[in-house]
Design a protein around this ligand. Structure first.
Ligand code: GUN
Length: 283
């Protein structure tokens, strides 16, 4: 079997085009959706993601600002910056790029962002509202994955969904979203015994571990839909996913490529969340 390729770039572009009417409507009401991204330190991967978000926003005529701070910034200084942004009128989204340096407590930082501007959906109150089924902002990566499954017309009701990776950013919110659509969800983590026994049962397999090519074709159920969230830069500069594409695409019915799969969808869902936040200021 040779899997269909789920083209995240094309889907992201079509969602982007459909947003233009909403952007025009906001502009007619003198509102330009605005995002501020905080980048701490000089992690090269984070810098690439932040630039990519910034370019996407500005290319659509939205406001985007990047505040860069040295890795040595104190937690208190960072919290002060966030509190200033919380007060800023005409700012609809605040995003702190992760990971943060080790001396800074990520949860404290995230929970200082005003929940109504937390377009990542990571604030504890937004995580809670997702869990109880009435989300304010859905975290961008799992939100993008749900859009891909929808576009692919994957039937989630009663399906076995297995998620490899239990992060707050991807794995846990992904599980809630799949469960809400009627899937039976298993979340595997780095301590899972016999990982392959779980992954081989999956009708839908979502992999978000940050370990290049750790899932191989022999770990996949024939006909499964495989979503690869990983983006790993190899020594030769090439990008690889958490799934070994060559062997997996022989077994799966559909699979996301890396790059050009989940990555572009994450950015477009950040646009969606920021526009949604700006629209709430109309009400
Ligand atoms: N680092 C990796 N993914 C993300 C994300 O979706 N949001 C933020 N803020 N940081 C990240």
């Amino acid at each position: 079997m040779s899997a269909a390729i789920i083209d995240g770039k094309a889907l992201a572009n079509s969602i982007k085009q459909n947003l233009s009417e909403r952007i025009q409507h906001l502009k007619a009401n003198h509102i330009t959706p605005a995002l501020t991204v905080i980048l701490v330190g000089d992690d090269p991967a984070s810098a690439v993601y932040v630039n990519s978000k910034h370019n996407t926003f500005t290319s659509l005529g939205l406001k985007s600002e990047v505040l860069r701070f040295p890795a040595e910034i104190t937690q208190e200084q960072l919290l002060t910056e966030i509190r200033k942004l919380n007060q800023q009128k005409d700012l609809h989204g605040i995003l702190v790029q992760l990971p943060l340096p080790k001396h800074i407590d990520t949860n404290t930082v995230i929970d200082t962002i005003a929940p109504e501007k937390d377009v990542d959906g990571f604030h504890v109150s937004n995580a809670g509202s997702l869990m109880t089924g009435n989300p304010r902002f859905i975290p961008c990566t799992p939100y993008g994955v749900m859009k891909m499954l929808e576009a692919q017309k994957v039937n989630l009701r009663g399906a076995e969904a297995v998620i490899v990776g239990a992060s707050n950013i991807v794995g846990k919110p992904m599980a809630l979203l799949l469960q809400k659509e009627g899937a039976t969800v298993t979340i595997c983590n780095s301590k899972t015994r016999d990982l392959a026994a779980h992954t081989k049962r999956a009708d839908i397999l979502v992999v978000a571990t940050g370990r290049a090519e750790m899932i191989t074709g022999d770990m996949i159920k024939p006909g499964a839909v495989v979503i690869d969230v990983g983006i790993n830069r190899m020594a030769d500069g090439k990008l690889k996913g958490d799934v070994e594409f060559s062997s997996a695409s022989e077994v799966a019915s559909a699979i996301t490529p890396v790059p050009g799969g989940v990555g572009p969808m994450t950015i477009v869902m950040l646009l969606v969340n920021t526009i949604e936040s700006a629209e709430r200021s109309l009400k």
